[in-house]
Structure formats: structure tokens, C-alpha cells
Design a protein around this ligand. Structure first.
Ligand code: SF4
Length: 225
């Protein structure tokens, strides 16, 4: 049986809002974002089986409140539903981090009440999407967004931005785009990391938490390091 997880982070207070959580890092991804700093996960092999992941959850019952299904891209794995179901059976809240490329999987998870929170990545607008991600799933992102908007669960939209890939005008256009989609939640901008191995060699990004501020009344925009 293929092993779906590359690794488990056993404890985090940062990745599920206001909850103590663990992170399951699903191996593999259907994108190749140039700035991606997890090439080991994207190109790696799974090391942890579904059974071992569930054992881990059993061992942390009562100590953790939530599990984050991240990656790589968790939604491309057929096991994501099984793991989410087991986590719910054990009483955990479940969050998924997704690039939005698998709206069918997202729908299936929502239909069965298997997720409580979603972080949805907006990689770029349509004109730049393929160049930045090597994928042509911009419309799948839009479908995922609409599914979440019409659901009753909490979700956030976030973007990782690198100055060589996303100009300030691009980012302003992304804010405007989300506003036009009727998004009124907080838009999280994450600064791409320098001095790490990335999928594509890039110059250092000039963005940092201090200089990436946007004057907009359209959406709350929060910069993350
Ligand atoms: S940053 Fe892109 S390539 Fe890396 S894991 Fe996320 S979606 Fe996949």
C-alpha cells in the first residue's frame, strides 16, 4: 500500500486558528510553484501509512484538538477522505490546506462533514497562473472558492508572494479579484522565503513583513512572515 504522508509535525499552535494541532504532510503535488520551499515533499516518497497516521491520532487524543491536512497537496490523495473520517471519529477538528485544484474532493469532504476549516491558496491571477505554478487549474481554484463560499464552514484565502513573481500591481489586482468574488474575510499574504531551496532558482525576494503593506479598504489584508 502506498504511504500518503511524508511527515507529521506533532504539535503546532500556529496552523489551526486558536487550537493545538498536528500537521500531516501529504507527499506529492500537482503543481510546481516556482517559490515552493518544500521540494522534498513535492518530489519525495511517502513514509507514513494511513494506519500509522491514525495510530498517531489515537495517541494524541485529549492532547490535541485539531489536525491539519497539508502537503504537498492533500486533495490529490484518495486517502485524504479516510484520514479525515478517522480524525473526525476520534473527535478532532480537521483543517485542509489546499491549492484549490480538486473541487470534487473538496465537495466530497464537505458533503460528509469531514472538514471544519480550509486555507485556500490563490497562487496568481489567470494570466500568470501557469507560469508561476506550471499548472492550468485556475478555473478549478475558482470552483473551489465558490464551493467554500456557499458552504457553512470557515475558510481563509492566502497567497505566498515573491517579488520576482508577484509585482505590487499583481497583488493589488489579486485583492481586487477577491473583492469582486465577494470575499470579505481576511486575505493573508505570506512572504516567500529567501535562503532556502526552492523548486526554481529565484533571486531573493525583496518583500518582507515591514515593506509589504497595502492601503485598501476592500479587504482586511494581513502579512505573515
Ligand atoms: S507551494 Fe505549490 S508546489 Fe509547493 S506544495 Fe504548495 S502547491 Fe505544491
Amino acid at each position: 500500500m502506498a504511504k500518503p504522508l511524508f511527515d507529521i509535525t506533532p504539535f503546532t499552535l500556529l496552523d489551526y486558528p486558536h487550537k493545538a494541532a498536528c500537521i500531516f504532510w501529504f507527499v506529492g503535488c500537482n503543481m510546481r510553484c516556482q517559490y515552493c520551499y518544500n521540494p522534498d515533499i513535492v518530489f519525495g516518497k511517502g513514509k507514513i501509512s494511513v494506519e500509522d497516521a491514525v495510530s498517531f491520532l489515537r495517541s494524541r487524543k485529549g492532547l490535541l484538538q485539531a489536525v491539519v491536512l497539508s502537503g504537498g497537496e492533500c486533495s490529490i490523495h484518495k486517502d485524504v477522505k479516510t484520514i479525515a473520517q478517522k480524525a473526525k471519529d476520534l473527535g478532532y477538528l480537521v483543517k485542509i490546506d489546499t491549492n484549490g485544484s480538486s473541487p470534487k474532493t473538496l465537495s466530497a469532504l464537505l458533503d460528509d462533514d469531514l472538514i471544519d476549516y480550509v486555507s485556500l491558496d490563490l497562487k496568481a491571477l489567470e494570466a500568470d497562473f501557469r507560469a508561476i505554478t506550471a499548472a492550468s487549474t485556475f478555473h478549478a481554484f475558482e470552483e473551489s472558492y465558490r464551493i467554500l463560499q456557499s458552504s457553512n464552514i470557515s475558510f481563509e484565502v492566502r497567497s505566498t508572494v515573491h517579488s520576482a513573481l508577484h509585482s505590487r500591481a499583481n497583488i493589488e489586482a489579486m485583492i481586487e479579484y477577491l473583492y469582486e468574488l465577494n470575499y470579505r474575510g481576511t486575505y493573508y499574504l505570506q512572504v516567500a522565503l529567501n535562503n532556502v531551496r526552492t523548486i526554481t532558482d529565484l533571486p531573493d525576494s525583496t518583500y518582507n513583513i515591514a515593506n509589504l503593506n497595502f492601503e485598501t479598504t476592500k479587504l482586511p489584508v494581513v502579512i505573515r512572515g
